[in-house]
Design a binder for this molecule. Structure first.
Ligand code: PLP
Length: 470
């Protein structure tokens, strides 16, 4: 460990954590048990792609802070300094006021997003998506007498944890027990080719499958009534739902359908944004032009809490066309959307991505890692499919290659547990690649990853699969 803390200095921290911290997404029974009690893992320090826990053990982080966030890696003093300097000068003024970093980062961000124009600041991915949903709803009221208010979302996609975002959630277990949900959200089918047979489309592949999935969206629009549908919200590459890369033909047809029925295209780049897939934004692989783009995790790589809801000038214009109406403007606010730490960190984060050529590295290392995963697939029959883009990759584990029955979650957990216990490699499992199953291993190392880092991750997974599956 680089710092001064020795492992025995931290025993009080572990007990304080056990006694008082309610961890995200966690079943706490193990921490509390009288027998076989486990300690919560506390991450104390990080540098590059490595983190150290309370016992001083070094780990390789293959998931960028657990949730695909720390794109430029740990221990970036230049980001910390940029934030520090800004906070000392001017930390916060909310409401209608602007700030220097917000103006400068907006200009820089928009320069990476041809066709986009306006940046609305918030704090989390869920919140950015809610802003987008509220814009769509308000446009429906302003322009269409409230009628064009429905928002389509896709099976297996995830847009956040608040009630409205869960209403747009394509992973049922995330939403279970939190209903009733917000009305006006309508689900469309997923586009995971490996699971096409579950949709009765098993005889289609590639472009034909992609177009069929997009056409299924059109059928739903026609069923609901195009004059009731305001927006379609999609992840460019589905993250937690199983690392799903859309098939050829999908996105162009989606864009065509949105144009045909005057439906806004809202792309959720909370995970894919800021270089994760090798382009600034995931949608830029597919030649589409969105109306609304939301982003969060990689915007400041976790050095500050910031999210953005970015729109075209045409969307912005709809909120300033009638000054005689006192409800005309976007009547939304986010207290800490006015905190300057976010855009100050984001500016420096973007400089690092550019100056260190991290998009190029992501493309090169992503291809290398995908090849390595393909090789593992050749060796381990439990790997049914590997997929992804850039440094955002998944390996779907199955009990049987013929039937594609998912590998039971207990075994998948043994694989990730083995990587952690033996090699201190942290890999992820996606939430619900198959309903009821967490059966896709997920890899999203920081965009600074080298071949050596990737080899270490792959070697660990290889060993874990051999041990667990024989
Ligand atoms: N959108 C996507 C695609 C996500 O994966 C997530 C979180 O993982 C969110 C939105 C929600 O972001 P947050 O947890 O910052 O609210």
């Amino acid at each position: 460990m680089d710092g001064n803390l020795q492992s025995n200095d931290l025993s009080g921290v572990v007990e304080a954590d056990r006694a008082h911290v309610w961890h995200h997404l966690s079943q706490h029974a193990g921490y509390m048990a009288e027998e076989n009690r486990t300690d919560p893992k506390i991450i104390v320090e990080g540098k590059g792609l490595r983190v150290w826990d309370q016992n001083g053990r070094e780990h390789i982080d293959a998931v960028s802070g657990g949730v695909w966030t720390v794109n430029v890696g740990y221990g970036r003093e230049s980001i910390a300094n940029a934030v520090r300097d800004q906070l000392v000068k001017m930390n916060f003024f909310g409401g209608t006021m602007g700030s220097i970093p917000a103006a400068q980062f907006s200009e820089r961000l928009i320069s990476k997003m041809p066709g986009m124009s306006r940046v609305y600041y918030a704090n989390s991915g869920s919140e950015a998506n809610e802003k987008g949903f509220k814009m769509v709803r308000q446009i429906a009221h302003k322009r269409y007498g409230g009628k064009k208010h429905k928002i389509l979302y896709r099976d297996r996609d995830y847009h956040g944890t608040t009630i409205a975002a869960l209403s747009a959630g394509g992973q049922d277990e995330r939403g279970a027990q939190y209903g009733p949900f917000t009305p006006g959200f309508v689900r469309v089918p997923h586009c995971l080719e490996y699971r096409a047979m579950d949709q009765g489309l098993g005889d289609l592949s590639g472009e034909a499958y992609g177009i069929a999935c997009a056409n299924a969206i059109e059928e739903i629009i026609l069923r609901e009534g195009p004059d009731t549908v305001g927006a379609l919200c999609l992840e460019p590459v589905t993250a937690g739902g199983g690392v799903i890369t859309p098939p050829e033909g999908y996105w162009p047809r989606v864009q065509e359908i949105c144009k045909k029925y005057d439906i806004l295209l809202h792309i959720d780049e909370v995970v894919c944004g800021m270089g994760r897939t090798g382009t600034w934004f995931g949608y830029q692989h597919y030649g589409v032009q969105p109306d609304i783009v939301t982003m969060a995790k990689g915007v400041a790589s976790g050095y500050a809490a910031i999210s953005c809801c970015v729109t075209t000038e045409a969307v912005f214009d709809m909120f300033k066309d009638d000054t005689s109406d006192h409800l005309n403007y976007f009547r939304d606010i986010s207290t800490f959307g006015g905190c300057t730490a976010g855009p100050a960190a984001a500016m420096e984060n973007m400089r690092i991505l550019e100056d260190e050529n991290l998009l190029e590295n992501t493309t090169a290392m992503g291809s290398y890692m995908l090849e390595q995963l393909e090789e593992l697939k050749g060796k381990h029959t439990c790997i049914g499919d590997v997929r992804g883009k850039g440094l955002f990759l998944g390996a779907e584990l199955v009990a049987d290659r013929e039937t594609r029955a998912p590998l039971p979650e207990k075994l998948v957990a043994q694989v990730t547990g083995h990587c952690m216990a033996k090699d201190a490699v942290i890999i992820g499992m996606t939430n619900r690649s198959v309903p009821g199953f967490n059966n896709t291993l997920c890899f999203s190392p920081a965009l600074i990853a080298t071949k050596d880092d990737i080899d270490a991750i792959i070697t660990s997974v290889d060993g874990a699969l051999t041990t667990v599956m024989g």
